[in-house]
Design a protein around this ligand. Structure first.
Ligand code: BTN
Length: 315
């Protein structure tokens, strides 16, 4: 009902009376009033006057915090897939719970804030208000050995989406970070579960610095707000990214060379790097990403080392 009320208010340029809304929706005026009150509590700037209600959205094209709400009904094409929470420990935990309960592919868990946001290699992911924190559930019918491709596709699509929307120069860094000018704009974490030789789900969690300021805890991070000198809509980014990801995944063929496409957008190759894995730290030149998604590191002694899991720091 809330989504229907929001739709009516968005479509109406003037004040619309409670009677009109109630007859439109077949509910009582009191019920309309209760929904409006709830929507106001949820952050919608709805003006109530004796003549009725109006959504205060004077310049719809200009960003304002009040119009950047991520409730499911704000994504009309995806309303049933979107699950929004004001605060979670981590969207990864909720996504795992949902995936195990059988929620379908493309279910998205969003949190306004996370109090135990997780990064790679057991790091904490600070998740202040203004950032975009979500996990998407994918359920491809593939063997666990091919699952890594989905991480590469996802980071590639996100980088391309940001470039297309904001004309920035976002690049991917192995394994799945997004950098602009050597500063981290986004990080990605994925979790997979498989049975026998078939993936049950791949949950891909993304933290994107949008209107938050990550630099207090992460000096080498940057936000879109800082890059563009203005706040931007998280809703539009998420919506465009999900559309682009779905198109890319639906058209992906076994023979597609995702790794080559990813490499074209990558900042990692032929650079001096430090690689941290759960076991050790190595230094060298990042020479290649092989067809399994592993980083090929050329060590100082000329030998090469294949790194399957770890983090990469550019020098
Ligand atoms: C990294 O760069 O270390 C990965 C960061 C991943 C952060 C995202 S935010 C949404 C999702 N929930 C989490 O707890 N982590 C991921």
């Amino acid at each position: 009902m809330k989504s229907k009320i929001i739709k009516i208010l968005k479509e109406s340029n003037t004040i619309i009376s409670g009677v009109e809304i109630s007859s439109h929706l077949g509910i009582s005026r009191v019920s309309v009033w209760k929904h409006i009150k709830k929507l106001q509590e949820l952050g919608y700037n709805i003006i109530s006057t004796p003549r009725g209600y109006q959504l205060n959205n004077k310049s719809p094209d200009k960003f304002n915090d009040k119009s950047d709400l991520l409730y499911p009904w704000e994504f009309p094409e995806r309303e049933s897939e979107i699950h929004y929470f004001q605060e979670l420990d981590s969207t990864m935990n909720k996504a795992r719970e949902f995936a195990k309960k059988g929620y379908p592919e493309y279910t998205v868990i969003i949190a306004e804030r996370q109090n135990q946001g997780r990064g790679r290699l057991k790091r904490h992911w600070y998740s202040d208000t203004g950032g975009l924190y979500f996990t998407i559930i994918l359920k491809p019918e593939i063997s666990p050995r091919s699952a890594y491709k989905y991480n590469f596709v996802t980071s590639l699509v996100l980088a391309r989406t940001l470039n297309e929307m904001f004309h920035i120069d976002a690049m991917v860094k192995w394994p799945n970070d997004i950098l602009v000018g050597m500063k981290k704009l986004s990080g990605m974490l994925s979790e997979m579960e498989a049975e026998a030789n078939l993936v049950s789900f791949i949950n891909i969690g993304i933290g994107l610095n949008v209107n938050n300021d990550p630099t207090e805890t992460e000096p080498n991070a940057v936000s879109l707000k800082a890059l563009l000198c203005k706040k931007v809509s998280r809703k539009k980014i998420l919506s465009r990214f999900l559309d682009n990801l779905e198109i890319k995944l639906n058209n992906m063929k076994e023979s597609d060379d995702i790794i080559s496409q990813w490499k074209e957008c990558s900042i990692t190759l032929n650079r001096q790097v430090t690689i941290v894995t759960p076991k050790d730290i190595s230094e060298g030149i990042a020479r290649d990403i092989d067809q399994d998604g592993a980083l090929i590191l050329e060590l100082e002694n000329g030998l090469t080392k294949k790194i399957i899991y770890g983090d990469c720091f550019l020098k």
